[in-house]
Design a protein around this ligand. Sequence first.
Ligand SMILES: [Fe+2]
Length: 408
Amino acid sequence: MIKLITAEQLKLGMYLHDLNCDWMSHPFVRSKFLLSDALDLSKIRTAGIKEIYIDTSKGFDVADAPTAEEVQKKIDADMLRVAASKPEAPPRRSVAEELAQARKIHEQTGRVVRGVMQDVRLGRAIQIADVESVVEDITESVARSSGALISLLRLKDADNYTFLHCVAVGTMMVTFGRALGMDPELVREAGVGGLLHDVGKMKVPDSVLNKPGRLSDDEFEIIRRHPSDGHAALIANGGIGDIPLDVTLHHHERMDGTGYPDKLPGAEITQLSRMAAIVDVYDAITSDRCYHKGMAPTDALRKMFEWSKFHFDEPLVHHFMRIIGIYPVGTLVRLESGRLGVVIDQTEGNLLAPKVRVFFSAKQNGYLKPEIVDLSRSMGHGGADRIASHELPEKWGVDPMRFLDVPA
Ligand SMILES: [Fe+2]
């Protein structure tokens, strides 16, 4: 049986099933193993891991710990409660209408961030005006349709991961700040901070940054230096605002004081850095890496929900979920009617009932003529239809992104 226990309850002889934390935060590549080394036990505790799933069929048990199923039920109920509250105002354009322009902005932002990263690596001055200019483009795109740019952010390849991750964090910071009603100057600074937040990774040797296997303790320490290194590089550069500096230095701080580099208690972490921590982890765990398959967005949100108890600002996680939706644009879903489709837009009033373009029949295992179904109106084929589950595109051999903006 899989059970959730606290780090204090963890003992040698227990079988770890899931370290229950994002894999950027701990020095283990594997999450499933029999805990037999006291050093591993202390590493888990010092990594700030507070709760762990164990498999009681393979190791010692904790009698009164809740089962994974009980925990899951509670999280699902909490998520539904948050989902029932009102989502953001409807966008001016649909995702499909904004997508072509969003692709251009995404590419341009990628070029600028890559340039900035190279400048930092070579010790050259950063062209901050270029960064500000793409933040402006991002802000305008998000104002037209917040889902379009976001739907492009998961597409990353291993070589470009580090800078595309910065593009993703910058874009989500702008979206988040706008949705929170922050003033435009603050939104701009949040965006610049997001785009620059990982510049310190340019000081990490490639062999460590992209290492496919388990990191040694020393290598892990090198990676953990990137917020301070980035902050120092930006200070040396000059002309960078306080907010981007703060986001760069503190995006790995955690509300329970277990983050790095400063182990700040929650009360001392700024709202912008709390937001950056959320979008940083969300993007990291939904992205494919050479050693790790990215989680489906819906599963990632569920995990963030679970971790928010210790690591994140809970109300901000709830807000983030309302912004990107339980089924973000681009997610492949299976409807109760047996049709598969891609989420193409959120709808006003219900995060569980987005607009979906159906294009595949799970029953017949073949393509259908694409058709838009607005689940909030329950006007699916032959009456009401609902999302039964989210699905992995690989399982069906389909590419949902191809159906984001095809004419209906
Ligand atoms: Fe980072």
